[in-house]
Design a protein around this ligand. Sequence first.
Ligand SMILES: [Zn+2]
Length: 295
Amino acid sequence: MEKIGTRGGHNRQCEGASAIINEVTEDRNVCAAMNENLKNAGDTVVNCTPENCGENEDLNYGTDTANNNHVDLFVPIHFNNTYTNYNGAIGSEIWINPSSSISVATGTRILNNLQALGFKNRGLKNGMHLHDVRATNMPTVLVEVCFVEATEDVELYKKLGADVVGKAITDGINGKVGSHAPIIINKQASNVTIPETRVNNSIAQLQDECNRQGFSNQKVDGFNGTNTLAGCPLTKFGANGNITKWIQKRLGFPTNLQTGYFGDITKNAIIKYQAAMGLNADGIVGQGTWTALLR
Ligand SMILES: [Zn+2]
């Protein structure tokens, strides 16, 4: 009997991935099934899924709730997205702290169970750049169930349903190997190369936008690295476009204030943010402020 913290990634105010299916809708469906199964198995469930709020608040709510309740294991549920459209299967992956043996063992069991259901097993990944993995005091397994744009992933997920997928994850948490027979989806040939994937949609969006505007020519992989920071332009009062919009989203502006226009509201929010982060509070987003924003 264990105390398990579960969390559906993102929320309606800061949406996650969306293509054939919607991440926020489905991660909550899977969490609901997991919570039910965990309770039936005698585990204590701590619901770490926030209500609607900004991106930072969303992330902090999950890890604070897990830490404050001293859960034994933290399990955030996500659905992945790399392409606009993808004809075929991409699969499941789990992000962990590789030095945590409990995370390795638990993540492996969950992936094996998802593979047994028919999902491609993309393996365990080093998630030390992710807030959920870094900011928790206990083993954390961040499950990316499948890709929302991959036709075969979604077809399989829909055939199985969130209850079966949630059960497979729960069985993995509790040390069991699932017994569900795999569902075979008709494979269609695909010659698209699958890049190293990313979980942090917002980093990939920014990388893409910086490339689009000619500030960089970097790989859009969702991993914040030196090329990402180097590609972020000095952004200040008077700017207008998707980079400012990204900053507004990152600062947790409500959707109606994510206008893309860098006016007084944005400048004041940046000044406040810089002061809180111990940066020079000049209202201009340069490399120092970008470094903080990209974290
Ligand atoms: Zn996600």
